[in-house]
Design a protein around this ligand. Structure first.
Ligand code: IMP
Length: 206
């Protein structure tokens, strides 16, 4: 665990911040990175403020968060942003997935609203899309995207995962929702895992 406050951290090439404090996401990515590259959370770099996320695309938000960290904390950084794009809702909630049912950002409310909006819909197809933006020490920006297609159930099922997992059945699965799968099963095919795999492949080539 790194404890050095970040404002003092030089933009060295062997340190990389993930603009997140989600322990689960950090633990998932850490073992995949090349040896010698230290992964830092926002807490590790002394960042306790809310990162700006005011763009209207996943790409824009991911990039905005990563660039903010590099500019203010002097460390290379990557950030992710995810949205659920529902065909019958013209791609909504998309970039607004987290606050679909309001600023309280409650998963239960978001899911309830989604099911309400889809009442009677025959086309229930949807895509989870994640964009990861990497801002390197020299300011170069690279983006990596991952997607998984599926459909939205009529009612929530399962207790695993988070967010919209209880109502999302991936096409390449067996009719279980993401919330009915183990995290290992979900991570084999998930949008975020696919975007992160591309990031990791890029970092391993450096
Ligand atoms: P974020 O970009 O990770 O903050 O996610 C944006 C929104 O999408 C939030 O409402 C999350 O709950 C939801 N979300 C992100 N990833 C997943 C996932 O893997 N399963 C279900 N919901 C997700």
């Amino acid at each position: 665990m790194q404890t050095t406050p970040s404002n003092e951290q030089p933009a060295t090439e062997n340190k990389l911040c993930f603009a997140s404090n989600n322990a689960h996401k950090l633990a998932e990515i850490r073992p995949l990175l090349p040896p010698g590259l230290t992964l830092l959370s926002l807490a590790d770099i002394g960042c306790h403020e809310e990162l700006p996320e005011t763009q209207d695309t996943l790409e824009g938000n991911a990039r905005q968060k990563a660039e903010y960290v590099r500019e203010h904390y002097g460390v290379a950084c990557f950030a992710d942003d995810t949205g659920l794009e529902v065909a019958a809702l013209n791609g909504e909630p998309g970039v607004y997935s987290a606050r679909y049912a309001g600023p309280q950002r409650l998963a239960e409310d978001n899911v309830a609203k989604l099911l309400r909006e889809l009442t009677g819909a025959t086309d229930r197809s949807a895509t989870f899309r994640t964009v990861v933006a990497l801002v390197q020490a020299d300011g170069t920006v690279r983006e990596f995207a991952g997607e998984v297609t599926g459909s939205i159930t009529e009612t929530p099922r399962g207790t695993g995962g988070f967010g919209y997992d209880p109502v999302f059945v991936p096409t390449e699965g067996d009719q279980r929702t993401f919330a009915e799968m183990t995290s290992i099963e979900k991570n084999r095919i998930s949008h975020r895992a696919r975007a992160v795999a591309k990031l990791v492949a890029f970092l391993n080539e450096q």
